[in-house]
Design a protein around this ligand. Structure first.
Ligand code: FPP
Length: 248
C-alpha cells in the first residue's frame, strides 16, 4: 500500500512513520471534466462523488485518521438553481448510501458548515448518519456543506461573545484553544496537508483558521480524474518538505 509508481514512472515509497493524520481536499474541476466530454454538469458532480468514495477508501487503507472534503461552499448557492438542485440530489443519494452501509463501515461521518440552510430532509439524513457512525473507530470523514471559513469564524465569534456577555469568560481568557472549541472542527487536529485539484491555486474560504501551517499541494488533475496514486504523490511531496512552523 505504501509503495507506488509516480507519473514519471519512478518507484517510490511512502514513509509509514510520517503519514499525515489529517488531509483536507478541495475537490475542484467537476464542471470542466463534464464540459470536456460534452456532458451536463451533473454528470461531472456524479463522477466527483464516485471519486470521493474511492479516495475515502484509499485514505482508510493508508491509515489516515481524518479526511475533510469541501463538497458545498457558502458561495456555491450563487450557481444556477439547476446546478444547486443537482448537487443536493446527489448529496441525498450519497448520504442514503452511507446510511445503508453504515453498519459494516468503520467510518465516522461528521458534517462541518452551517447545515441550517439545507433542506429539512437532508438535515435529517445528516443527524441520522452522524448518530449511526459517532462511535466508529476508523477514519473520520468530515464533509463540508454550506461551509465557509469566514462564516465558521463569525459563528464562533458570536458564540464566544455570548459567553463573554453572560460571564463565562473574561475577554483576556480567550486564547487559541478556547476559540477552537467554538469552531466546527473542535477536537479535530489541524490538517497537515491540503490538496486542491484542477490547477487552481486558491484556498476559496476553506478552513481558514485550521490551515495556518498546513502544506499545500496543487495538482492539474480534475477531481473526477484524481486517483489513489495522485493521493500518494501528494503525501510523498508532503513527506519530503521540511516543516518549520515559523522556527528554524
Ligand atoms: C467543484 O467543481 C465541485 C463542487 C462545487 C462540488 C463538489 C461536489 C462533489 C465532489 C460531488 C458531490 C459531493 C457529495 C458529497 C455528494 P466545479 O463544478 O467548480 O468544477 P469547475 O471549476 O470545473 O466548474
Amino acid at each position: 500500500m505504501f509503495h507506488f509508481v509516480n507519473n514519471n514512472k519512478q518507484e517510490l515509497q511512502l514513509n509509514e512513520q510520517n503519514m499525515p493524520k489529517h488531509i483536507a481536499i478541495i475537490m475542484d474541476g467537476n464542471g470542466r471534466w463534464a464540459a470536456k466530454r460534452a456532458l451536463p454538469k451533473k454528470a461531472g458532480h456524479r463522477a466527483g462523488a464516485k471519486t470521493l468514495e474511492n479516495i475515502s477508501q484509499s485514505a482508510i487503507d493508508l491509515g489516515i485518521e481524518h479526511l475533510t472534503v469541501y463538497a458545498f461552499s457558502t458561495e456555491n448557492w450563487k450557481r444556477s438553481d439547476e446546478e444547486v438542485k443537482g448537487i443536493m440530489d446527489l448529496l441525498r443519494e450519497y448520504l442514503k448510501n452511507y446510511i445503508d452501509r453504515a453498519k459494516k463501515d468503520n467510518v465516522r461521518v461528521h458534517i462541518i458548515g452551517d447545515v441550517t440552510r439545507l433542506d429539512e430532509d437532508i438535515q435529517q439524513q445528516i443527524v441520522e448518519l452522524e448518530q449511526l457512525t459517532k462511535h466508529k473507530t476508523g477514519m473520520s470523514l468530515h464533509i463540508a456543506l454550506n461551509y465557509g471559513g469566514r462564516d465558521e469564524l463569525l459563528r464562533a465569534i458570536r458564540k464566544v461573545s455570548e459567553d463573554v456577555a453572560n460571564g463565562k469568560y473574561q475577554p483576556e481568557e480567550i486564547g487559541e484553544e478556547q476559540l477552537e472549541q467554538y469552531l466546527d472542527t473542535k477536537e479535530i487536529p489541524d490538517p497537515e496537508l491540503l490538496i486542491r485539484t484542477s490547477g487552481e491555486e486558491r484556498i476559496s474560504n476553506f478552513l481558514l483558521w485550521q490551515i495556518a501551517y498546513t502544506e499545500l499541494s496543487f495538482t492539474e488533475k480534475l477531481w473526477p480524474d484524481f486517483t489513489e496514486q495522485d493521493l500518494k504523490q501528494a503525501i510523498y511531496q508532503y513527506q519530503n518538505r521540511e516543516r518549520r512552523f515559523g522556527g528554524r
